[in-house]
Ligand binder design. Structure first.
Ligand code: NDP
Length: 437
């Protein structure tokens, strides 16, 4: 705490993992002898830099850029870039820390890192976004490479931003090094299914978790928070599996549509027009817009079976969890990173709700990024069906790893403990093998 003042979200993420570890530390004293926990908390490298750019009025603007290269015991640093005005070092460190264990859980050779900027893409012109991305990459490019560090998207960073970042990297290095970024467009090195992967993967995980408990998504009423990349494709897959998504949101408010969200309309508003979600209720008969209210409040009025938080950290508070429990929720799968506060997690677990933590449930995005890297390395591109099947198999594998580990440590059904221990031991064993570095 004293060493990292003001980094509340980072402290929260560390505490959440370490709370699961006493039993594994008792069983494996070599982790303590090699100071694995202390080493895990200290990023291998943190880069903070100035990002100057010129806005449409000719004024010079300054933002701050970050890249935290947290742990490379398993492979090159891998993790997204977030552009949002709330981004600070503690945000990037919490995300990077989570990423280490998430990446380990995929079973793929990727280390953990994260980056971003306090730049706010909202309301910026295309030209401003491009000039910002070019300036950001001018500095960051020195620290990247296919074998070193491979960023991807996150909040505020989608296909358009990855394009501008990749273009600048290519220009600066005079090399078409496709493997240096993932989330690329399909005609310039991207992989099919990468766009859909995090949302789809979360639903694959939820489906497996429900199946094991003798339940299913078919006929389930579902709330999804957010209306960005993860939320939209989670909703799409829920629908494909027979569920009814009745609510979604953005940072200004939420919508409730008892007939089920019209995904074509939502995508048109959010992806094409880049408009607010309130426009949905203006255009869809029977839908309600709830200004300034989180989507979980829908559960106060109608029964809900499954909640998929897909927006941002700490978006399910204790009172939101109470609303969901009153509404009869039986499963929660985190598409976002750390969206559920510790108090809310406790309430869900005490109530016997099936709970899939983000580092397991949303690992499909980074796993498919690793598949993109494989395709780039072999100059190949796989079909949608093949790539989606790989994603589905990877999510089932992560599910089995978490479930078996929870069982081994005497807490069957505890996916939080299972994910934390399974991710931790894979990284810790690699760190032991590599010596004190
Ligand atoms: P997007 O930027 O595409 O969408 C984010 C959504 O969440 C938007 O609807 C946004 O609303 C809403 N949101 C963002 N910040 C807040 C806030 N402070 N309060 C309320 N709502 C907010 O991001 P992604 O869909 O890519 O990411 C969503 C989550 O999933 C994040 O936690 C991210 O770390 C995680 N994740 C993403 C992966 C990926 O592959 N993209 C991989 C693994 C995890 P608005 O438009 O109003 O800002």
């Amino acid at each position: 705490l004293a060493r990292n003042p003001g980094e509340d979200e980072f402290h929260q993420a560390v505490r959440e993992v370490f709370d699961s570890l006493p039993r594994v530390l008792a069983k494996r004293p070599e982790y303590t002898e090699a100071s694995i926990l202390q080493r895990l908390c200290e990023p291998e490298r943190q880069i903070i830099f100035r990002v100057p750019w010129v806005d449409d009025n000719g004024r010079v603007q300054i933002n701050r850029g970050f890249r935290v290269q947290f742990n490379s015991a398993l492979g090159p640093y891998k993790g997204g870039l977030r552009f949002h005005p709330t981004v600070m070092l503690g945000t990037v460190k919490f995300l990077g820390f989570e990423q280490i264990f998430k990446n380990a859980l995929t079973g793929m050779p990727i280390g953990g890192g994260k980056g971003g900027s306090d730049f706010d893409p909202k309301g910026k012109s295309d030209g401003e976004i491009m000039r910002f991305c070019q300036s950001f990459m001018t500095e960051l490019s020195q620290h990247l490479g296919e074998y070193t560090d491979v960023p991807a998207g996150d909040i505020g960073v989608g296909g358009r931003e990855i394009g501008y970042l990749f273009g600048q990297y290519k220009r600066m290095t005079n090399a078409y090094e496709s493997g240096v970024l993932t989330g690329k467009g399909l005609t310039w090195g991207g992989s099919l299914v990468r766009t859909e992967a995090t949302g789809y993967g979360t639903v694959f995980f939820a489906r497996r978790m429900l199946e094991l408990a003798g339940r299913s998504l078919d006929g389930a009423k579902v709330l999804v928070s957010g209306s960005g990349n993860v939320a939209i494709y989670a909703a799409e897959k829920v629908k494909e599996f027979g569920g009814l998504v009745v609510g979604a949101s953005d940072s200004a408010g939420s919508i409730y549509d008892p007939e089920g969200i019209d995904l074509d309309l939502l995508r048109d508003i959010k992806e094409r027009r880049r408009d607010r979600i309130s426009a949905y209720a203006d255009e869809r008969l029977g839908a309600q817009y709830r200004d300034g209210r989180r989507v979980w409040s829908v559960a106060d009025e109608t029964p809900i079976d499954v909640a998929l938080p897909c927006a941002t950290q700490n978006e399910i508070s204790e009172s939101d969890a109470k609303s969901l429990l009153n509404g009869g929720v039986t499963a929660v799968a985190e598409g976002a990173n750390m969206p559920t506060t510790p108090e809310a997690v406790r309430l869900f677990r005490d109530a016997g709700v099936l709970f899939a933590p983000g580092k397991a449930a949303n690992a499909g995005g980074v796993a498919t990024s690793a598949l993109e890297m494989q395709q780039n390395a072999s100059r190949d591109s796989w079909s949608f069906e093949y790539t989606e099947q790989r994603l589905s198999d990877i999510m089932d594998g992560i599910h089995e790893r978490c479930a078996e580990t929870a069982e081994e440590y005497g807490t069957p059904g505890d996916y939080v403990l299972g994910a934390n221990i399974a991710g931790f031991t894979r990284v810790a064993d690699a760190m032991l093998a590599l010596g004190v570095i």
